[in-house]
Design a protein around this ligand. Sequence first.
Ligand code: 26Q
Length: 794
Amino acid sequence: MKKFKNEFLDILETEFSVSLEESSTHEQYIALATWVKSQYAKTWINTNKEYKKDQRKQVYYFSIEFLPGRMLSNNLLNLGLLDKVKQSINDLGLDFTQICLEEHEPGLGNGGLGRLASCFLDSMASVEIAGHGNGIRYKYGLFKQKFIDGYQIELADDWLREENIWEVRRRDRAVIVKFGGQVHYTLGSDNHMNVDYYHSQNVLAVPYDTAQLGYDNATINNLRLWSAEILEDEEEHYRSYESRQEVFNITRSLYPDDSTEEGRILRLKQEYFFSSAGVQSVIRTFKKLNKDIKQLPDYVAIHINDTHPALAIVELMRILMDEERLSWEESWKITQKTISYTNHTVLQEAMEKWPVGMLQPLLPRIYDIINEMNRRHIEEVVKTHGEALAYKTAIIEHGLIHMAHLSILASHSVNGVAKLHTDILMNDTLHDFYLLKPEIFNNKTNGITPRRWIYYSDQELTKLIDQTIGTSWKKNPFDLEKLLNYLDDKHFLDKLHAVKQTKKAQLAKYVKNEYDLVLNEDAIFDVQIKRLHAYKRQLLNVLHIIDRYLTIKADPTVNLTPRVFIFGAKAAPSYYYAKDIIKLINQVAKQVNNDPVVSKFMQVVFIENYNVSKAEVIIPAANISEQISTAGKEASGTSNMKLMANGALTMATLDGANVEIYESVKDENMFLFGLREYEVNALNNSHSYNPNEIVQNNERLSRILNALIDGTIKDISQEGQVIYDSLLRYGDEYFVIADLQAYLDAQYLADKKYNDKYAWLRSSLYNIAKSGRFSSDNTIKKYAEEIWNVSYNE
Ligand code: 26Q
């Protein structure tokens, strides 16, 4: 590594004209990243050459969000250089951890959906699938969250303020995306329709490419993010500041709502912008192969991550017909064979629908194609299945364009993200489409990349596993089951305990630095990290915390197993109810932590600005994983998988992928509670749910609920009342009260179990051993085999 040190010092000198002694941490970061890029540059070029030479089928994963996390250490890890470089950097007297912290995290997503896209890119490169990301290069990522007096405040995330060392701008690969104007149809000399555009606004889409390195192999794929710019040729059209801004606004910022469809025109522009640019770029690459366009599906798979990129379907139809001059029928066949779609939600309010009156003027040609798709669909289905089904599955209904309907009809595969979720799609939410095209529905349970979420974030655990069962689990994650041989090995369990304590100490150190709070590292670390949403029921968690608080207040001599409750969650800026819950958690935290008696038994920490980097520190320190959504509402969840793989025991309702965790670890190794999905449905259908009655007949619950409104918790007079009313006046839509007693009981069992040290460690080990099935490598191989029809390694 002498070579490394010299090269690193050379870069510092040539890039910044500084010696090591004079260099700032930021300069060291840029120099180190520059060196890392030099290590993979040739491999990246080679991968591309080979893809061309072998004419391999390419997968393009279209997603309006990607959440890759910081790249420096992860790239080093995937190159197999992390330990050596860390050592060398520290040998130079520098601080590797500090250098890594210089990198701005790319927060180009809201949560699960964006993070899944990034796990998939890591897995595709790691199992050697030719798979690339296509998305938006937002100038501002998801807002930065700050708490002021316990309230969430949002600040702009100016992540590109310093240069982004990982991206390559490719002006020469830019394409043009057209908005507005009029289209004129005439008959061409080839008897095919000519489409001409008048007065359209032509926006330049410039790609920025970032390498996605495979782990321990020679594959490097591409994440292509598009940025909107003014076309040089048309500069003169943009005289006013406003008209210029209109263009830049397209890729200015990420929409910060992860669950409500916000029918805003700028969002629609974003969706068409990256879909159109992506499809144009895919077709251009394909054409270099000199194949007949009808063979497109043999060389290209386009996957749409939820419906946000659904206009890629229509854009592909447009190009095939208007530019490649194929017939409707041929174009439709090719499109269906090329496109596949993943659904990520059953929440009705998150289903995208665009008013015709908004889409038609913005994208006149695209609208005409959608309209024709709809017309043909209805005509055909009326004949085959009758009018009722035809209209229920129509793309356009009451002046609204249903993006999910469009996506299903144009795809050869529709998948949900966990078994339960897929069942709900087939039997309920998308049942009408299931009747039409049953063969295209399939399940692909989500996964997580073990590189970032185990090898990197828990290097101590990784080492322990390697020393115990060897390294084969890194190629085959199911080999983690070899750990089951150590379930009763106290010597090994002690080592596992030591690892967990190390990770808890690291998190505690962070909390001490940031919040000046000293955590009890012997307490149970009880973690809930996910977006703040009523259906995810952070409220249930707080009500349990209030119950404990009241118990200790009522009897200070009570003997409770100490707990540290840890939250990480952002609320959409306009989601007032979610913000009320944040305020409640913060006030409870303040009161608990400042009470000398109570804080001996419990502490509450709300980590500000939860993001990928924070997750990397929190997850390995967790003892309990809170996965407590109303059954039927959480499509899958992925923090449940990350926490399980790091040895936390899951406290869960039978929802999303919790069902599959339960299949693997059973009652002995997790805490299951609450209504099942069918029970929630039955209560909804019979209108018989009465939360008031439940509370009135249960003193313990009454005491908790009253604490929200009787001044027990300080400074929540408004929020407390709103929350109380949501539960006891407005019907408790998410069945918090219905599940509360069962939740308290499950929490009691968790306490008891934790007091039996080896019983707990045994279950912790059991969870780690059974987590292999949730590696996103497994997930992505199933996509490759069953949806994309592409090859992979092993
Ligand atoms: C749509 C229209 C307008 C503005 C925003 C949106 C929008 C943006 C993001 C809607 C939804 C999202 C993100 C959804 C999401 O993250 N869903 C989660 O996906 C995970 C991966 O499959 C699952 O594990 C989670 O259960 C699911 O909630």
